[in-house]
Write a protein that binds this ligand. Structure first.
Ligand SMILES: Cc1cc2nc3c(=O)[nH]c(=O)nc-3n(C[C@H](O)[C@H](O)[C@H](O)COP(=O)(O)O)c2cc1C
Length: 330
């Protein structure tokens, strides 16, 4: 299945995400207190750049309006791309929460002062599909696992399911496969790690978002080894040797996710697709982490696209695996 069925309505701004008939009118009544809790909790638990949750959510009648907030990460995300990808992930959770409550969910996009809004309206009753049920149930279990992963790679059937989950209009995924691709990717990621580790302004901003407890980017969750170390390089990261990293990439399932175009709408779609895939993996007992840090360097994005023959604009790299029982020191 795709994350959102085909766009409908004028100007390509409306999407129907529910199975069954929808009339385009809001169902009468308003969210109950219990429904509001489910919806708020799901959105709150969406992944976001530096855990910044760059959105606001307002519930009215039987609709929910998600608004991009102008949270500024001048060093990490000067163009707001990660902010909109985060909003897309929150939108996926919002839709899944409404579907899990057995309402249809019709999404309409807008923008105000250059910031994206997405209004999700319940227009009637409809049971969630199996995939919606499975993914919706995984929303509170999803987390960023930046530890090394265990064992042999994932079976081809699982890779196929995850690739299918990422597919959405304008969004593509591509597995990194084979020794040559792994080494090419490892070289680009270690290069990016060196650039970010040596950038004092960048590191100052990153550490201001890093907290021991509380709501920021949790320090103890940051990866110190392997791919995760080059996924969010801090001033203290020991960068892995590129051949060691390449071997690790071959043992993990690494997916490059990109979009055909690179506007706000595509970034929102990428975020929704990433979250749908993350939840699908979580429901299957896998662990995941994502990285955009290296992709903020134009030369890394173009190097990945050229090296992998990737047709779109690389936006996010995802890694999937099983949690290691014992931690490999490399
Ligand atoms: C758009 C986006 C970009 C992200 N970029 C990175 C990254 O470059 N490196 C990384 O380790 N985690 C990255 N993350 C993961 C977030 O840091 C993580 O979702 C957030 O801290 C909340 O933690 P949780 O996923 O465990 O709930 C990103 C998440 C999103 C949605």
């Amino acid at each position: 299945m795709t994350n959102f069925p085909a766009t409908r309505g004028e100007g390509g701004k409306r999407m129907n995400t529910a199975a069954g008939e929808v009339g385009g009118r809001q169902a009468p009544g308003e969210w109950s207190a219990a429904e509001s809790v489910v919806i708020n909790r799901a959105v709150q638990n969406a992944p976001s750049v530096h855990n910044s949750r760059p959105w606001s959510l307002a519930l009215r009648g039987r609709s929910a309006e998600l608004r991009e907030r102008p949270t500024l990460l001048v060093q990490h995300d000067p163009e707001g791309r990660d902010r909109r990808i985060s909003c897309g992930a929150a939108l996926a959770n919002l839709v899944l929460a409404i579907r899990s409550l057995r309402w249809t969910a019709e999404v309409e996009f807008g923008s105000s002062s250059g910031l994206v809004t997405a209004t999700v309206t319940a227009t009637g009753r409809a049971d969630p599909s199996e995939a919606e049920r499975r993914r919706g149930a995984a929303v509170l279990d999803r987390w960023s696992c930046r530890r090394p992963f265990d064992g042999p790679g994932l079976p081809a059937s699982t890779l196929d399911v995850l690739l299918e989950a990422i597919a959405a209009p304008g969004v593509t995924g591509r597995w990194v496969s084979g020794a040559d691709e792994a080494l090419g990717v490892a070289r680009l990621l270690t290069y990016a790690g060196r650039v970010f580790r040596g950038n004092a302004d960048y590191q100052r901003e990153l550490s201001s978002w890093t907290t021991v407890t509380g709501d920021g980017l949790r320090r103890e969750g940051l990866g110190e080894r392997g791919l995760a170390a080059v996924g969010l390089t801090t001033g203290r990261t020991r960068l892995p040797d590129e051949h060691v990293l390449s071997a690790r990439i071959q043992r993990e399932a690494v997916l490059l996710v990109g979009s055909g175009a690179d506007g706000p709408a595509e970034q929102i779609r990428v975020g929704s697709a990433v979250e749908q895939t993350w939840l699908e993996a979580t429901a299957r007992g896998l662990v995941v982490s994502v990285m955009t840090q290296p992709l903020h360097l134009a030369e890394v994005r173009s190097g990945l696209a050229a090296g992998l023959g990737f047709p779109g604009m690389p936006q996010v790299m995802m890694r999937f695996g099983r949690l290691a029982e014992s931690v490999d020191e490399r």
